[in-house]
Design a protein around this ligand. Structure first.
Ligand SMILES: Nc1ncnc2c1ncn2[C@@H]1O[C@H](COP(=O)(O)OP(=O)(O)O)[C@@H](O)[C@H]1O
Ligand SMILES: [Mg+2]
Length: 294
């Protein structure tokens, strides 16, 4: 089922199929979806449901065997020049940053992508400086990539993608292997990127992360879209999430375990009762508000 709100769609998949060479089952099967402009979309689903394949198709690294992938209604063309233009609008950060990083140092790696855009030398230097500063990488600029920690490599890989100024950023399991602090920093970077107008799509099997971050959610199962809707609607669809054994976000579960009287009165209105807190800080503030009123 595909539901879109009023946001215009940036990227569309229509009845897309993809089968890996030699595989006897399609990884993506008759998949249709729309990525709403300006939103933070989470793509959810168990390992193997097709999240990474979908992102690789979206970036034009794989070619679908049937169906159409379009950008604002214009179908993707697979000639080198069209793909090059396509990838200026859409940036993909791989799950494994090692696959993304190609040069010897941080600065060289970010410049590499910029050189491929055939920009003037002064524009390359300006964008490189801006990117190093945006991602707080100035001190690491000349550091060989193989000396960096995984979290740092991920930051460099993301910086390299963002230096190209894509309108749509695709992230494949961006918090995999990161510790809590690195995850917090990454999420702050994503807030800044989204705040600057970039639409973001994140494939993740981390329900808690998606719950706190996404405003739109797409659930995949066996290469198909099961639901695409406002994130709150998806997380409220307990039947679907339980059927899929995806579990529920921890904060959502805690909220629903609290007495109805509290959920009714903590925020006053019924509308707010329908939207559980998105962060621990929000939950705490609602609890304090409630205690205060008693
Ligand atoms: N390189 C590959 N060759 C063959 N099959 C693959 C390859 N990569 C993924 N698959 C299969 O395609 C399906 C979707 O995988 P993937 O897109 O990686 O899922 P997810 O990212 O949701 O874990 C799975 O059944 C997986 O085993
Ligand atoms: Mg994956």
């Amino acid at each position: 089922m595909i539901i879109l709100d009023n946001s215009p769609s940036l990227l569309q998949f229509e009845n897309v199929f993809y089968t890996y060479p030699g595989a006897n089952q399609a990884a993506i099967e008759d998949l249709s979806l729309s990525i709403p402009a300006g939103k933070r979309t989470a793509i959810l689903g168990h390992n193997g449901c097709g999240k990474s394949t979908l992102l690789l198709l979206a970036d034009g690294l794989y070619r679908c065997s049937a169906g159409v992938i379009s950008w604002q209604g214009k179908p993707m063309q697979y000639q080198a020049r069209s793909l090059n233009q396509w990838r200026q609008r859409i940036g993909l950060a791989f799950q494994d940053p090692e696959q993304q990083l190609v040069a010897a140092t941080v600065e060289e790696d970010i410049s590499y992508g910029l050189c491929n855009l055939q920009l003037s030398q002064s524009e390359i230097v300006a964008r490189l400086d801006q990117t190093l500063s945006d991602f707080n990488l100035q001190e690491l600029a000349n550091r060989p990539l193989h000396y960096l920690s995984l979290g740092q490599k991920r930051r460099v890989a993301l910086a390299g993608v963002m230096a190209l100024q894509p309108q749509l950023l695709l992230l494949d399991e961006p918090t995999a292997y990161l510790d809590r602090l690195q995850t917090r920093h990454l999420m702050q970077e994503l807030d800044r990127i989204h705040g600057n107008g970039t639409t973001i799509v994140m494939a993740t099997h981390d329900l808690d992360l998606a719950y706190g971050w996404a405003d739109w959610a797409i659930v995949l199962h066996q290469g198909r879209v099961l639901v695409s809707d406002q994130a709150d609607q998806v997380f409220n669809n307990v039947t679907l999430l339980e059927q899929l054994e995806l579990g529920m976000p921890t904060l959502w579960e805690i909220w629903n375990a609290l007495p109805m009287a509290f959920r009714d009165t903590a925020n006053g209105t019924l509308r707010e009762r329908e939207s559980p807190p998105k962060t621990v800080a929000e939950l705490r503030s609602r609890l304090m508000q409630y205690q205060h009123c008693q």
